[in-house]
Design a protein around this ligand. Structure first.
Ligand SMILES: Nc1ncnc2c1ncn2[C@@H]1O[C@H](COP(=O)(O)OP(=O)(O)OP(=O)(O)O)[C@@H](O)[C@H]1O
Length: 836
């Protein structure tokens, strides 16, 4: 029922949307249809190849740079045939998105048969070379291997047979696939094969059906990945019914190999064109609807402008944003786009404090300042309709973020501003240059150096918390670790700690930052996650990495060098109490990795993120009735085409929400799309429950209420603290939804804002007093029994250094370190190392 409704709504709206999209993107579709897809109706240009008289393969091969000809830009397909046996999925998926060209070097080699100065050598990768090569050497090789049993006559016979075989094989290999396919069609019956030959042939076709390379190449004739196995199976039956003896023998000689796949593929193409016109038409329609190529053409107004792009390129703390903000404040009308609410709020405060009216726009809040011509927003909220004099896109390197990258790409391509300032590290400089070539914008580069070099303190803390000093920021990569460190520091030293991590509301993070920056109180140490890397001005003297590994949702992995740099760079900012920044590690065995990371140049990003607009998904949906939204997204991912500089952003979290909302009936496609982007922690069942509840009430056309209480007092343990965090997230989600749907559907905005403020206060108060052992979300409500003083929590931590001031490291990490240590023994003179 839900699906039907969803499809009904989708179709009803599609016609109108289609018109809008076609009108606004007409150029895009034209361009795409001419350059990205082979045109089956176009006349065939003459071309010298083995595939004479071919309807399809001729064009097919032309565009794939058969013999050094031009390569048309197209979706990237894998050029490795060597992924047959069972690797299909990964190979297909990994190569699926982006168009690199494929080259068959058929001039010199045809399916394993090379024509070399008149003599023919059959190469078969999968069989013994001695048997497969038919020349003098091979005879010798044969005779060596079996000289005792084979007589001279037999040898000669073998040699003659081999020569005959090789001639026959060569003639099969060199046959025009179109002609061969026609011959197969005309044949009444295939040759009778021996059982062993039949078995090998079966293996060959199984190998073909599993070939990621073949399934990937088949996309070019609009045989989709999901249909490929069916097509391959039908092709097999057809072949077995009609196959002549010489072709069968040739295939048996090749065996289940890449050469066999390459031989069969052009025949398969002919077979598909003949037998699956409807399937091809359907998939072609889908592909055209899911065309994400040439994204710069999606923004015709921005393309009509002569925009000036200024790339402020440099490491952290080099004054990039400061300079860009000067231009922003001087402009008549400006927009700042940042990665975090926190950064947008900071710019909002800073600019208003200078007497320039500036509004604030984030997913959760709209603060309109009367008479303001400036706005500070989060990058997802940037308007593509308004005209600006100056725009800033901060942290532009986040274009390559696997989840959110599309928002930066969209802002860069679509912003209607005369002057756009990009601030970020050099990792996306090359790709921005390329994009500016496509858009026709002028690019100016301003390179920056850090105000003061960052110094690595080679001594490290040697695991001893007594070495903590005022102004230190200890960085840990999980909430649990953060509270463990805070607890240990407060227990073993006189310092008090503020904490900052991602799950805290921006207001609470700001409050903790203020507490830490303020010299008049006892909170002089900060314990923070990677959330400290962006958006807060902090008086940090030294950044200490408690560990340099983090959980990626699946396993512990080393923290990427770019992130280490970004975080370490927070030490010693210009204008703060400690202008000379220091970075070090808690434990000596992490020091090498830190030094390596800081020495690394910035990685050059090859691709930036892209994601379809709702209109594109809607258009696509019109092709696929009877599909759930989640299936639709999957199909879109499978069918979409992208240019080489772009990747499709990950959307597993969106699919998870889409799946949950599947049971909610009466939501339109657009509603589903919007609900799926709501900020929710998909690993938090309580938060997910509230999202489901909001969507259900919304679908019943009723005003959505908050239906959530407010705790009276601050948290007394970690379970209560986690509960406060979740409640704040639910309120934040409510506010976000109220800004993305009609407000009358979410009428309790004021109440939600007031509750969020109260919870932020409670959180701030709770954090000041937090002195309990942390829980992870999974163990919420089940606090572990307290252990005796100094004893590690069983199974969770090990003592790395004994003694009163030793610090316990979580066990998952210590295992990783042990492994790393085994891989690379610690250098004794490590402490002498100093890096700048
Ligand atoms: N010319 C300047 N005069 C006074 N203060 C400055 C100047 N340039 C930068 N600053 C200050 O130096 C600090 C770092 O500058 P800014 O935030 O612009 O660096 P950044 O390169 O953008 O670093 P990040 O990427 O870490 O934000 C800020 O506090 C900023 O106010």
């Amino acid at each position: 029922m839900a699906t039907t409704l969803f499809n009904l709504c989708a179709r009803k709206r599609t016609i109108h949307r289609l018109k809008v999209l076609l009108l606004s993107n007409i150029h895009h579709f034209n361009a795409a249809s001419t350059s990205q897809f082979r045109n089956f109706d176009a006349p065939i240009p003459s071309f010298s190849t083995h595939f004479r008289n071919s309807r399809f393969p001729l064009r097919f091969l032309q565009s794939w740079n058969l013999s050094g000809g031009t390569t048309l830009p197209m979706r990237q397909f894998s050029d490795h045939a060597g992924d047959g046996g069972g690797e299909k999925d990964t190979a297909a998926e990994s190569d699926y998105e982006f168009g690199k060209s494929v080259s068959f070097e058929l001039e010199n080699e045809v399916n394993g048969v090379s024509s070399l100065s008149g003599s023919v050598v059959v190469k078969n990768d999968d069989t013994n070379e001695c048997n497969s090569e038919v020349d003098d050497d091979s005879v010798e090789c044969n005779s060596n291997s079996s000289s005792s049993s084979i007589g001279r006559d037999e040898l000669e016979n073998n040699s003659n047979n081999n020569n005959q075989n090789s001639e026959e094989f060569a003639s099969v290999a060199l046959r025009d696939p179109v002609e061969l396919y026609r011959a197969l069609c005309d044949a009444k019956k295939g040759a009778k094969l021996e059982r062993s030959e039949g078995e090998v042939l079966l293996e060959v076709f199984n190998y073909f059906a599993k070939s990621g390379w073949a399934s990937n190449q088949a996309l070019a004739i609009y045989i989709g990945l999901s249909f490929f196995p069916t097509a391959a199976s039908k092709f097999h039956h057809f072949f077995r019914k009609k196959c002549p003896a010489d072709v069968a023998r040739y295939l048996v000689s090749l065996g289940p190999s890449d050469s066999a796949v390459k031989f069969l593929f052009p025949i398969f193409v002919e077979f598909c064109l003949d037998n699956f016109p409807d399937e091809i038409k359907r998939f072609r329609g889908m592909v055209e609807m899911a065309d994400l190529t040439k994204p710069h053409t999606w923004f015709p107004f921005a393309r009509a402008m002569k925009r000036k792009i200024i790339y402020h390129c440099g490491p952290t703390n080099s004054g990039k944003t400061y300079n860009a903000l000067q231009r922003f404040m001087d402009a008549k009308k400006g927009i700042y786009c940042g990665p975090l609410r926190l950064l947008a709020m900071e710019v909002f405060d800073k600019v208003n404090a200078k007497g320039i009216y500036c509004s604030l726009l984030t997913g959760q809040e709209k603060k309109h300042v009367p008479f303001s011509n400036h706005v500070a927003c989060t990058v997802e909220m940037v308007s593509m309709q308004e005209l600006y004099d100056v725009a800033i896109i901060d942290e532009i390197q986040m274009m390559s973020d696997p989840y959110r990258g599309f928002a930066w790409t969209r802002a860069l391509l679509g912003l209607k501003a005369d002057e756009i300032h990009l601030c970020g590290d050099p990792s996306v400089l090359d790709i921005v240059r390329k994009i500016c070539q496509d858009t026709g914008d002028e690019l100016y580069e301003q390179h920056y150096e850090r105000f003061k070099p960052l110094v690595v303190e080679a001594k490290t803390l040697l695991g001893n918390l007594q070495n903590i000093r005022s102004g230190d920021c200890v960085v840990a990569f999980s909430r649990r670790e953060i509270f463990e460190v805070k607890l240990a520091i407060e227990k073993q030293t006189k310092h008090r700690c503020c904490v900052i991590y991602g799950a805290l509301p921006p207001e609470t993070r700001r409050h903790q930052a203020t507490l830490f920056n303020d010299q008049s109180n006892e909170y002089d140490v900060l314990v923070a996650s990677d959330a400290v890397g962006m958006g807060l001005n902090l008086n940090i003297r030294r950044v200490i990495f408690n560990s340099l590994s983090k959980y990626n949702g699946d396993k512990m992995v080393p923290v990427p060098a770019s992130q280490v740099k970004q975080i370490a760079g927070r030490a010693g900012r210009r204008g703060c109490l400690y202008p000379d920044g220091l970075a070090t590690t808690m434990h000596l065995d992490d020091l090498d990795y830190l030094i390596e990371c800081l020495k690394q140049p910035f990685d050059e990003v090859k691709k930036v993120g892209l994601f379809p607009f709702f209109e594109q998904v809607e258009l696509f949906a019109s092709q696929l009735p009877n599909m759930t939204f989640c299936q639709l997204l999957e199909k879109f991912g499978e069918s979409c085409r992208l240019d080489g500089s772009y990747f499709l952003c990950l959307y597993d979290h969106i699919k998870k929400i889409a799946n949950m909302l599947e049971r909610v009936q009466g939501l339109s496609l657009e509603d589903r799309f919007n609900f799926c982007f709501a900020p929710v922690n998909i690993r938090d069942p309580k938060a997910m429950y509230h999202l489901l509840r909001f969507a259900t009430t919304f679908s019943q056309n009723m005003p959505v209420n908050i239906a959530m209480g407010l705790p009276r007092s601050s948290a007394r343990n970690d379970s209560e603290l986690l509960d406060l965090e979740t409640r704040h997230q639910v309120l934040s989600m409510y506010l976000w939804l109220s800004n993305h749907f009609k407000q009358e559907r979410f009428p309790y905005v004021k109440k939600a804002e007031a509750m969020a403020t109260d919870i932020a206060d409670l959180l701030a108060h709770s954090l000041s007093n937090a002195n309990w052992k942390p829980l992870s979300r999974g163990t919420r409500g089940k606090p572990k029994a307290e252990k005796g003083e100094g004893q590690p929590e069983s199974g969770n931590a090990v003592v790395l250094k004994t003694g009163k001031h030793s610090y316990l490291r979580p066990q998952a990490l210590s295992k990783l370190y042990d492994r790393r240590r085994q891989d690379k023994p610690l250098q004794v003179d490590q402490s002498k190392k100093v890096a700048a």
